[in-house]
Structures are given as C-alpha cells and as structure tokens.
Design a binder for this molecule. Structure first.
Ligand code: SGN
Ligand code: CA
Length: 525
C-alpha cells in the first residue's frame, strides 16, 4: 500500500490541530492553489457524456474532464450520502469517522480532525454551501449555508449560522447563486480558499426545474441488458426493495398525481411527514408550469392502462427522462460556476473537482438507488480540471476512492497529511506520475440495514479484476465476480469448482484490508 507523498514542500506548517480558526501560519507559497469541490447526489457515471455517450450530453462537465483528467476507476467505500460526506471530510473509512449510515438521529462528530479544520489552520478560507446531511452543525467553515436533511427542490429552506431562511426558486440554481455570491462578495481575497458546493440534485424524486420540463420527452432511453435480472445465485440482490418495476411509486417518483381527482394519493406526493421532494412547496407559477407539463402525460398514462412488463418499461422511460432533466440543470449550473471562476481570474489557480456522493442504478439489475457494492453504485464520477502547472490530461486508471480526497486537498495546499488519514493523495497521479506501489485493492463496507430499500449489510474487496463480498446480517452469503468476464455481475462464482484458490487469495486480501483499516467487523468464515 502506497504511503502519502508530499508533493510540495510543506508550505504552511502544521499549525493548530485542535480546534478551528485561522491561527495557522499563512502559506508562504507564491501562488497557493484554491480548491472548488462540486459534489452532486446520486449522479451516475452513465448519465455524464464524458463517461458514457449512450443517454445524454453534459457539455460543461465534459469541459472539466477535457481540461483536466477523468478517473476511470473511482469508487466510494460506503455507497450512501451521509457516510460519503463524512469520508470526504475526514479521509477515513466509516468505522473510523463514526458516521456509518443515514439513520435518523445520526450525528457527525465535528470535533474530530477534518479537512476543513486542517485547511483553515493552514491559512485557507473554507466554505460549505448546499447539502450537508450529517445531522450536526458544520464546524471549521468560515462560511456555511446548508440544506436541512435532504433539502427540497423547490423554494428550499437553508440553515445558516443566523437561522433558517427560505429561498424562492429551484435548488440547483440557488446553490450556484450562493456559491457565486460567496466567490464575488464574501470571501477574503487575500487568502486561498476551499469551497464545497454540494448539490441536492440528482436525488430522488428527480424534480426538474420548470424551464427543463419539456426536455428529453421525445427520447427513448435504451433499456439496460440486465433490466429483467432474476437475481439467480445472489440472495441479497433478490431481497432488495429498489426495483423500478416493484418499488418505484407512480405518484411520488413518477409524478402521476392528478390533483383534480386523486385526492387520496396526494399525501404520497406531498409527504407531510418530512420535507422531501414536495409539490406542496411550489408557488402558483411553478405549479402551473408543472401541471401544464404533467397533466397531458397523466391523461395518456391513464388511457394506456399499462400492465406487467409494459408498465415497468414505461416507468423506466419516465424515470430516465426526469433524471436527465435534473442533470441538465446541474450541468448548466456547473457551466455558470466555471464561467464565474474564469471571470474572476481564478480558473488557472484552482483545482475544480466534480464528484458524486456515490453512483446510481439507471435500470441496471432493474433498479434505482445505490447501497450495494456492485459496480454502478460502488463507482462514482470523478473528474478534475487542473490548475496551471499540472499537465496531466486524459484518463487516470488507478484504483482511487473517496478516502483519498482529504489527503489530496491537503497535499495540494502544501500541508502535511496526518498519519491517521486512511486515504492517499492523488497529487502524484495529477502530476503524471505512475507510482509502482499504488494500491491494488479497495475496501468497502455498507451498514444501513434494516432500512429503506432493504440492502443487507456487507463488506468486501475489489481488485482490478475481481470482487468478493460478504452479506453478513440477516443473511450469510458470499459473492465472487470476475469483472473482466462478467462486468455486469450476473454470475456469482462463489463456491464454484475451480475458484478455491482465487477465493482464498481474495479472502486473505480482504482480511489484510480489514486489519490495515482497523475495521472491528471481521466475521470472516
Ligand atoms: C431517501 C430516499 C431513498 C434514498 C435515501 C438515501 N427515499 O430516504 O430512496 O435511498 O434517501 O439517499 S425518499 O422516499 O425519501 O425519497 S442518500 O443519497 O441521501 O443517501
Ligand atoms: Ca446520495
């Protein structure tokens, strides 16, 4: 396993490590580099044209990749929102940062060592705007404005140090406006900065901006080859509740609410028990635009009286269309932010990172949602626009994981990387190096069960070619995949004659990762 490489001489010194504040020595680097980290929620690589051309175009995201790099083997270590955010801020696996799942009442301990704390102590200004989803109040940010919980698409509330404010408009535009406003008016221009722009998009229930509603309606999205998966040989996959056919709802997910007649369904969409994805929050003009768009679709849907596979295929098309519209708005807003950085003369001195909190199923295995260690949700998009002096372009194929973001940011800032951080800096890769001792395997551990979507707890190891996973709660089942022969993970090879040696090697690798990362859950058998 590679140890961290400090690419620059430490420039800022390791200043105050306990507590926040700008007590740290100021960076002495002539041109300290800024960091803009843009994270979306549930954005599948399948829905970014710099990764896949099949479904839609995302020109502004593509620009980030074209003017920098695209990671082709980028993964998370626990495919869920809160946990991914805690990993991002600490550079540590979930069992170490203490935030293992989204369960209600879960609170991230902001007193622990975080990237924003270390950057701040090293003379950086830190800002967090958008989805936070960690229960507790943000610490060590000079500026923060966050969505409560999952937040809302329309007219969202924001929590600020001064209290909660409601902002009129569409959430992706507002988060971008707030970010631009911070860059223009609020930051201290004498300091380098790290700005986290965390979008709610493209989270369920995929509500588009009114100006994008008409898009993609003529497009028929290609059904994934394993849409009708029967989960043979994969017990946990057979027990999930995230199937487009069975679990995706017509009213809440697919907006087939007919306000005029179906009163008894309204609560499903309006979701009074929480603040998620509500139609009820829209103002009159937004509702009018929404109804103009959806009412004819609702009429057609009622008349078509679809059943069985036809209904599932129809649901898939509606899902893909709504999701693509939300991505379109996101892409436009990323474009706006890039333009602003350019206008402010910041682009050449800033690392712009785009990632999601995890990947997502766009109908593969018949699913939406994430959580599983299977490829679509263990992977996450990762593209970076590189500042001047970093000449690397194109693809980076090494195995990287979200534990690596914290050490990368510290390394870029010229700050030391504390020993207890579990990720490694990606800076050598951005500089075009090819370290011979780069990691050969990744560790994964998912915890949220019992919970919505019914994905059982599991941990596992992924190497460049193989994946071994163990579902250990409620069921006890191992799965083994040869990703070269079976990239869509349809054939569980565990226990098959001829795989004994491979299984033994992968179990040894898994155990060594559990020891290396000090995971107390190791019920190998
Ligand atoms: C909500 C969604 C789930 C989703 C989780 C976690 N249900 O609970 O479908 O898996 O968020 O998502 S909803 O009916 O409330 O929309 S995460 O990205 O925040 O981890
Ligand atoms: Ca998410």
């Amino acid at each position: 396993m590679m140890k961290t490489v400090n690419y620059f001489l430490p420039l800022a010194g390791l200043a105050v490590l306990n507590g926040c504040g700008g007590n740290g020595k100021k960076a002495e680097q002539k041109k300290p580099l800024n960091i803009v980290y843009i994270m979306t929620d549930d954005h599948a690589q399948q829905m970014m044209s710099c990764y896949e051309q099949r479904h839609m175009q995302t020109p502004h995201l593509d620009r980030i990749a074209a003017e920098g790099v695209r990671f082709t083997n980028s993964f998370v270590c626990n495919s869920l929102s809160g946990p991914s955010r805690a990993v991002l801020l600490t550079g540590k696996h979930s069992h170490k940062n203490g935030y293992t799942d989204n369960s209600s009442g879960a609170m991230f301990n902001g007193e622990q060592q975080t990237v924003q704390q270390l950057l701040q102590a090293g003379g950086y200004q830190t800002a967090m705007i958008g989805k936070w989803h960690l229960g507790s109040t943000p610490t060590c940010f000079d500026y923060w404005t966050i969505l409560p919980g999952q937040g809302d698409y329309y007219n969202p509330d924001f929590i600020t140090p001064e209290g909660t404010v409601r902002k009129e408009g569409y959430v992706t535009n507002i988060i971008t406006d707030l970010s631009i406003d911070w860059l223009r008016q609020k930051r201290d221009t004498t300091k380098p900065f790290c700005l986290f722009v965390h979008h709610k998009a493209i989270h369920r229930n995929w509500m588009a901006d009114t100006c994008d509603l008409a898009l993609y309606e003529d497009k028929t999205f290609e059904l994934p080859a394993n849409f009708w998966d029967d989960y043979q040989g994969r017990i946990a996959a057979g027990k999930q509740e995230m199937s487009i056919d069975k679990d995706m709802t017509l009213i809440y997910d697919l907006k087939m609410l007919d306000e005029r007649v179906e009163d008894h369904y309204k609560s499903l969409y309006i979701r009074q028990q929480d603040t998620l994805g509500t139609y009820g929050r829209m103002n009159a003009a937004q509702k009018a635009a929404w109804n103009r768009h959806y009412h004819p679709i609702i009429e057609q849907f009622k008349n078509a009286k679809l059943r069985g596979k036809d209904l599932a295929k129809w649901k898939y098309q509606r899902y893909m269309r709504d999701y693509a519209k939300v991505v379109k708005s996101l892409d436009d807003n990323v474009g706006r932010l890039l333009e602003e950085l350019e206008k402010e003369g910041l682009l050449e001195n800033t690392l712009v990172v785009y990632a999601s909190d995890q990947g997502f199923y766009m109908g593969e295995h018949g699913w939406f949602d994430k959580r599983f260690m299977y490829e679509e949700s263990m992977r996450t998009p990762l593209i970076m626009r590189l500042p001047e002096g970093f000449d690397r372009r194109g693809d980076i194929a090494q195995l990287v994981q979200n534990i690596d973001y914290t050490p990368t940011f510290l390394d870029l800032a010229g700050l030391p990387i504390p020993e207890d951080i579990q990720g490694v800096s990606l800076l050598p890769l951005l500089k075009g190096e090819n370290p011979s001792d780069w990691r050969k395997s990744l560790y994964y551990h998912y915890y949220e069960y019992p919970a919505e979507h019914a994905v059982r707890r599991h941990y596992g190891v992924r190497t460049e070619r193989y994946k071994l996973m163990h579902f250990y709660q409620d069921i006890d089942a191992w799965e083994l995949y040869d990703l070269q022969e079976d990239p869509t993970e349809m054939h569980n090879l565990y226990g098959q004659p001829g795989t004994e040696e491979l299984t033994k090697e992968l179990k040894a690798e898994l155990e060594s990762l559990q020891v290396q990362y000090d995971d107390p859950v190791r019920n190998l058998n």
